[in-house]
Design a protein around this ligand. Sequence first.
Ligand SMILES: NC(=O)c1ccc[n+]([C@@H]2O[C@H](COP(=O)([O-])OP(=O)(O)OC[C@H]3O[C@@H](n4cnc5c(N)ncnc54)[C@H](O)[C@@H]3O)[C@@H](O)[C@H]2O)c1
Length: 275
Amino acid sequence: MLLKDKVAIITGGAKGMGEATGKKFAEEGATVIIADLDFDSAQMAVEQIQSSGGRARAYNRVDVTDSATIKATVNQTIAEFGKVDILVNCAGGTFGSNGSSENINMNDWDRTINLNLNGTLYPIMEVLPYMKEQKSGKIVNFSSMGAFNAYTVVLHYHAAKGAVESLTHNLAFELAPQGIHVNVISPGPIMTPFWDELMPQGPERDQFTAALAKKEVPLQRMGTPEDIAGVCLFLSTGLSDYVTGQKINVGGGMGNIISHNSTFLSSEENGKVNK
Ligand SMILES: NC(=O)c1ccc[n+]([C@@H]2O[C@H](COP(=O)([O-])OP(=O)(O)OC[C@H]3O[C@@H](n4cnc5c(N)ncnc54)[C@H](O)[C@@H]3O)[C@@H](O)[C@H]2O)c1
């Protein structure tokens, strides 16, 4: 039981990586608070955890871009359990997938920055007073591989995620003397409902993701939400007590090593350049 007696708030915990992380945390003994815009799905995630013998709550519909809704959940958590040990900022996504410089729509830009950047900061601001008082805390934020390795151009989303990484590093520096750890996970392509916004489910999507995995992912498969939950668990337990301000790429090898089938470095053209 790596998280016995710990209390964790997970934004975006109703689906995808947040949902898998909640289940994993509950298996390890944590009380899991799901803070999600989709309150029905949040309640379903809570019921699933409870039916497996875990402890979970979803107090209200939380919009991470609206501080008042986060405050309500944090207040309820403190009232019922007296503390918050862990905050996982999973809520994120993009509005309008075509974000090239020619097509970017400023409304999509504002909403995407608001969701990913402000929506990471606001929950942090609400839990910090309690973490500072107890002189401990673990915060895990979510970036995207594309923030610094853009395989596709999605300006607003990638810029927001780049800023989340910067926010992580600055907060880690500021909060380290107070025993509060802040790290960031940069996922590669992970099969979650996130993809529903980008393309409909079906054979075309299966073909696309299979080709993407083969070409770009050194381990040659798409990731699962559980792949992320394991790393999130590490960053939320005492196993990572000497780790703060770090980014962990969780993308089947993407980020640091080049895929065997990938583009430029392994190509003949590059061989010619090197000769
Ligand atoms: N899936 C991927 O391939 C991928 C890759 C890189 C980064 N990411 C990032 O990882 C994180 C998790 O992604 P996922 O794939 O699990 O996403 P998902 O779309 O499967 O789930 C996101 C959850 O966040 C909730 N949510 C959305 N807006 C919200 C808001 N304003 N307030 C509260 N909750 C809100 C949704 O209801 C949903 O339950 C996100 O930050 C995403 O940007 C995902």
